[in-house]
Design a protein around this ligand. Structure first.
Ligand code: 3SL
Length: 241
């Protein structure tokens, strides 16, 4: 298995697809998606465009849908939910489809949606993603960070490193055997430096700072936990996990 890390959707190649592609948006879209599915959500359907989200979700029975949207970290007016994983309780989401649009995370998923296998990963479901990769043994894996409006983000890179590091450890492979590009090796190095203090890293990250200004302290704490949800968000049709 060769793992390639791309820090943003913009840096992800467009001329080919890997056997397995993984979107990461630790703060907070893929953390929210994993939480919804773990809480019994029927599915998560992602949109980059809010109008399109409205059009598609209108056709869904109202009692079986939830609309979630975030722009600049804040909830989209008129939607039931923003993008806080902590709002996605089993009481609210069980049996419902979440129609969601966020600034960066949904774009990353859409960027890789043509790969044969598409997953969404965060720190909270890292072990479930690693288990799947070890069982499935795809030859080529891309881990695509959502970044922030085209820029690198620490929290997505550390999550990519957490995934790649666990694969290395469990297969006894060297960095050179696993690492498809230098980004993978630097992501592993970042994770190894911070694995005992992921909340500390997320607090220093620019998007962590942005969320703290929005008083999302509990979200940061929740999203910086590792391996707490045994859930594999896997694409069943384009844009649907
Ligand atoms: O950009 C995104 O996709 C979001 O996850 C950002 S936020 O954490 O909801 O602000």
């Amino acid at each position: 298995m060769k793992i390639f890390v791309y820090h943003t959707p913009e840096l992800t190649p467009t001329d080919t697809v890997p056997e397995c592609a993984i979107a990461v948006d630790v703060l907070r879209a893929t953390s929210t998606m994993a939480t919804v599915l773990a809480a019994g959500g029927e599915a998560v359907q992602v949109f980059s465009d809010l109008n399109q989200l409205m059009e598609v979700s209108e056709k869904w029975p109202p009692e079986k849908r939830l609309r979630a949207g975030e722009r600049g970290g804040a909830k989209v007016a008129g939607f039931e939910l923003g993008n806080s994983p902590l709002d996605c309780t089993p009481e609210l989401v069980a049996g419902k489809r979440l129609f969601i649009s966020t600034t960066n995370g949904t774009r990353a998923l859409q960027r890789i949606q043509n790969a044969p296998i598409v997953l969404a990963a965060a720190l909270i479901n890292r072990a479930a993603v690693v288990k799947f990769l070890l069982e499935k043994q795809p030859e080529t894996v891309w881990i695509v960070g959502s970044g922030w409006e085209g820029s690198y983000s620490l929290e997505d890179t550390v999550c990519a490193g957490a995934i790649a590091h666990s694969i290395c450890q469990q297969t006894n492979c060297s960095l050179a055997e696993i690492g498809g590009n230098d980004e993978t090796i630097s992501a592993i190095a970042l994770y190894c430096q911070w694995e005992d203090n992921l909340p500390g890293l997320l607090h220093q990250a620019s998007h962590g700072q942005r969320l703290l200004r929005l008083e999302c302290f509990e979200d940061l704490k929740y999203c910086s936990q590792t391996d707490i949800l045994d859930i594999l968000p896997i694409q069943t049709e384009p844009g649907v996990l």
